[in-house]
Design a protein around this ligand. Structure first.
Ligand code: CO
Length: 134
């Protein structure tokens, strides 16, 4: 069901500093920052030849990454995103297998304008998984 790795996301305390680190120290292409208000994060994407890295910082007081950053003040790997062809088919299959879809269980529009959903880390080897229709 899952296809390509779309991105690996790293939560950071300071998006501007992290963007500069990737741009200047690592010599990568870094996008402009985008606020994803519905997800409570501000993000940039680092373009690599074979995948992307999403850098995200908390946006707003009840950001879903605030607790993660409190536990990981220097930042850390937050989630990985796999592509699927059909997000509704993926959601049905995952729920039928007993996986917990986070939030209200419905797909939301993600950073690339495509529907995404998140799966609970306890069901997937301790890793928060994002599924994106691509
Ligand atoms: Co993501």
């Amino acid at each position: 069901m899952i296809g390509r790795l779309n991105h690996v996301a790293i939560a950071v305390p300071d998006l501007e500093a992290a963007s500069a680190l990737y741009r200047q120290t690592l010599g990568a292409e870094v996008s402009q920052a985008v606020d994803l208000i519905e997800h409570g994060v501000r993000t940039v994407f680092v373009d690599l030849p074979n995948t992307r890295i999403e850098l995200l910082e908390a946006l707003g007081d009840d950001s879903p990454i605030a607790a993660f950053l409190a536990r990981n003040p220097a930042g850390g790997v937050h989630h990985i995103c796999y592509e699927v062809e059909d997000i509704e088919a993926a959601r049905k299959r995952l729920e039928a297998q007993g996986a917990k879809v986070l939030g209200d269980g419905q797909a939301k529009i993600g950073a690339h304008g495509k529907p995404v959903l998140f799966l609970h880390p306890k069901d997937f080897c301790g890793t928060l998984i994002e599924i994106e229709e691509a």
